[in-house]
Design a protein around this ligand. Structure first.
Ligand code: NAP
Length: 436
């Protein structure tokens, strides 16, 4: 019997478990370990709450969890409740699929001011992640600024711009819906340090910005390269740039929200007033021959009471695991970290790709595991972990426990919404293990 521990229950973790089930059939036991008492990682707390169709993949992950040879083990912090070295003693293979939950730091003067928030925290706040439920971002100023030209920047701008009615069918956390329904935001600036041809925004997501009830995207026509240059772009990017071209005609009506694309614009400093963000000092850039942003010396200020930096993520280091600080992920060679230790998903390759990109990633790492571990070496596996955690009085949450939490979340959902997420870990644990 092979014993495999997958650390992290997001898409990379679940696709790895699915690959192990398919590769080894009844000859494997898989534990999917998560630090939270709830599964699904980024599906639950990263994917935008108004993108329910993307979240539907959780049903597939539920099927993986319910297989007899697979167990969800929530509320267990690897590196704290159990070390990686201990897992390696218990399992033939340990796959770290811990994602990239930390913000790449915005290394600018003023980044510490109130009102300057990383996307992990901001997205976690509106998605009801227990680490960020108490964030309370300032939404009273008319001006918000979003740094970055990726899909996360789009998610943040769209959620800030939508009306409560547009968010009704989403699973946005009630605290965020209430705060956003009283928002004073009138203008959202999307700051891109490079140009329209260098965006990392996919066409479907960018197109949504043109369909909002009370917000109008606007692109300065002068920032767009000649239309003939679009032909050389990869088809997805060409389509995205097509949306930007359509946004060049955008004029926000009085009383609606303007979403301004400010290209060739690099943040230099956040300027505060009374201890909170008030403006962002920006420097114009131009592109060099290699497509890098080069500062031009031309500077200006953009008003911003809320600054959300959406500039990418990094994996959290774990004691004993080699970490590539620059890349923000574990040091690995095609998913292999060391003897018996592997990584998959964002922890392997950094924060890129869609949810589906993690499927080949999970299958690839299991190919490596299959080549390395043979038919297993008689380690203690799940029973050993259960005993160790019982000794340490760690209150583990298995899938049936999670289903009690999930039932409570469905029961609390407002009309039209699939769930109201519980944000307190203590409450999750009470629901998971009700008093007899
Ligand atoms: P991303 O796609 O890597 O975009 C990061 C953006 O931040 C880029 O525009 C980058 O500009 C900019 N940036 C980086 N460092 C900066 C700095 N110091 N100053 C100014 N700008 C800076 O990352 P992401 O938006 O966080 O998305 C992560 C992954 O999740 C992506 O693969 C994304 O497609 C995926 N995702 C998908 C969806 C969806 O499919 N619906 C939704 C959300 C996220 P440069 O290009 O100049 O470096």
């Amino acid at each position: 019997m092979r014993h495999i521990a997958v650390v992290g229950s997001g898409p990379a973790g679940y696709y790895t478990a699915e690959a192990a089930q398919k590769a080894f059939g009844d000859d494997v036991c898989v534990d999917i370990i998560d630090r939270l008492p709830v599964p699904y990682g980024l599906i639950r707390s990263g994917v935008a709450p108004d993108h329910q169709s993307i979240k539907a993949v959780a049903r597939r992950f539920e099927g993986i969890s319910l297989a007899d040879n697979t167990r969800f083990v929530g509320n267990v912090m690897v590196g704290q409740d159990v070390s990686v070295a201990e897992l390696l003693d218990l399992y033939d293979a340990v796959v770290l699929a811990t994602g990239a939950p930390r913000d790449r730091s915005l290394d600018l003067p003023g980044a510490e001011l109130a009102g300057v928030i990383g996307s992990a925290a901001f997205v976690g706040w509106y998605n009801g992640h227990s680490d960020f439920a108490a964030l309370s971002p300032p939404l009273d100023s008319p001006d918000a600024l979003v740094i970055g030209n990726g899909n996360v920047a789009l998610d943040v701008a769209r959620i800030l711009a939508k009306t409560p009615a547009e968010l009704a069918g989403s699973d946005i956390a009630a605290h965020a819906l209430n705060a956003l329904s009283q928002s004073g935001i009138e203008r959202i600036t999307l700051l891109g340090r490079r140009g329209p041809h260098q965006i990392a925004m996919t066409p479907k997501e960018l197109g949504e910005l043109g369909q909002l009830d009370r917000a109008t995207p606007h692109v300065e026509a002068g920032d767009l390269p000649p239309a003939g240059h679009d032909g050389a772009l990869e088809p997805g990017l060409r389509k995205s740039v097509g949306h930007l071209r359509a946004f060049a005609d955008g004029v926000a009506q009085a009383g609606s929200i303007e979403i301004d694309f400010d290209f060739f614009a690099q943040p230099v400093a956040i300027i505060g007033e009374g201890g909170r963000a008030a403006r962002v000092l920006v420097e114009r850039t131009r592109l060099d021959a290699g497509g890098h942003a080069i500062p031009t010396g031309e500077r200006y200020e953009v008003a911003a009471g809320l600054v959300v930096s959406c500039i990418g993520y990094k994996t959290s280091p774990i004691i004993g695991v080699p970490y590539d600080k620059r890349g923000g992920r574990f040091v690995n060679s095609d998913g292999r970290i060391g003897n018996g230790l592997y990584c998959a998903g964002w922890a392997r390759r950094g924060p890129s790709g869609t949810i589906g990109t993690n499927r080949p990633d999970g299958y690839g790492v299991i190919d490596a595991v299959a080549a390395d571990i043979g038919s297993g070496s008689g380690k203690a596996g799940p029973a050993g972990l259960t005993a160790l955690l019982r000794d340490r009085k760690v209150d583990i949450v298995v899938f049936a426990d999670w289903q009690r939490i999930e039932a409570a979340e469905s029961a609390r959902a407002r009309d039209g919404s699939p769930r109201e997420k519980i944000t307190s870990v203590a409450e999750m644990l009470d629901l998971a293990h009700p008093a007899p």
